[in-house]
Design a protein around this ligand. Structure first.
Ligand code: BG6
Ligand code: MG
Length: 240
């Protein structure tokens, strides 16, 4: 069977929640006097909450107990969720609903593969729930991107194999995860620079026009030696 499923990352692809993540981490970082900025925030894309916290704490030299870290993550999440509660469909990427509608009308199965444990709230607030055949999120996995677990779970829920699915991502960690799992990776924004990114979109609304071409693309070869050469940190993720 050819390619017939598209799995979307959520934050930064379908909706612009990334700024709320930034604001909530920034409040915590300011309280701890850590030099957090948009550049550091970019490194948190696709990365789980606790791993994001570790990256932020590494900006300083103090060490914290596990309990303190959990309290900090909870503090950030409370503030982040307060933004989500006030958010609505205006946070969607331009054309998001039209893109999903067009793909589904053309027979594509659609899924979510997100590291976020807040994915259900985001789908509800933006009105996107109902547009997906499968949702896999941060509360259902143990390893976050660049591990392919969340995409593999989404594909399983779609009853498709990885080589029947494309993944749309705005994070390098997400492109690496998609490639590691044998998916066809599509990069938006900075993710287009990630090693091994198979196709690039300038904007989400270009997707329905490009999707036809992907079905004709050669399947992932899983030969990512080149990418590993470029970034050996991800070697494990490629071969599990
Ligand atoms: C990803 C975001 O989608 O979800 C990351 O890109 C975020 O920035 C991660 O850290 C986990 O999100 P949450 O909502 O579970 O804290
Ligand atoms: Mg993202």
């Amino acid at each position: 069977m050819g390619m017939c499923g598209i799995i979307f990352d959520l934050d930064g692809v379908l909706c612009y929640t990334d700024h709320y993540h930034y604001l909530a981490w920034k409040a915590l970082a300011d309280r701890l006097s850590l030099p957090f900025d948009e550049q550091v925030n970019n490194r948190l894309r696709g990365v789980s909450r606790m791993e994001s916290l570790e990256i932020i704490l590494s900006l300083g030299s103090k060490t914290y107990s596990q309990e303190e870290k959990e309290q900090m993550a909870a503090e950030k999440n409370r503030l982040y969720r307060s933004y989500l509660e006030r958010m609505g469909p205006e946070a969607l990427a331009p054309g998001a609903v039209d893109v999903l509608r067009a793909l589904r009308e053309n027979g594509w199965k659609t899924g979510i593969g997100s590291s976020s444990k807040n994915a259900p709230l985001i789908l509800e607030r933006t009105g996107l729930d109902g547009f997906f055949d499968a949702v896999a999120d941060g509360s259902q996995i143990t390893k976050s991107k660049p591990d392919p677990e969340v995409f593999r779970l989404a594909a399983r829920k779609l009853r498709l194999s990885p080589d029947e699915c494309a993944v749309v991502e705005d994070a390098s960690a997400g492109i690496l995860a998609a490639n590691a799992g044998g998916f066809f990776s599509i990069g938006l924004g900075d993710a287009a620079q990630a090693p091994g990114c198979r196709a690039v979109l300038n904007a989400l609304y270009e997707l329905p026009d490009s999707a036809g071409a992907y079905t004709a693309a050669p399947q992932n070869s899983r030969d990512y030696n080149k990418a590993i050469e470029l970034d050996p940190r991800f070697a494990d993720a490629y071969y599990n």
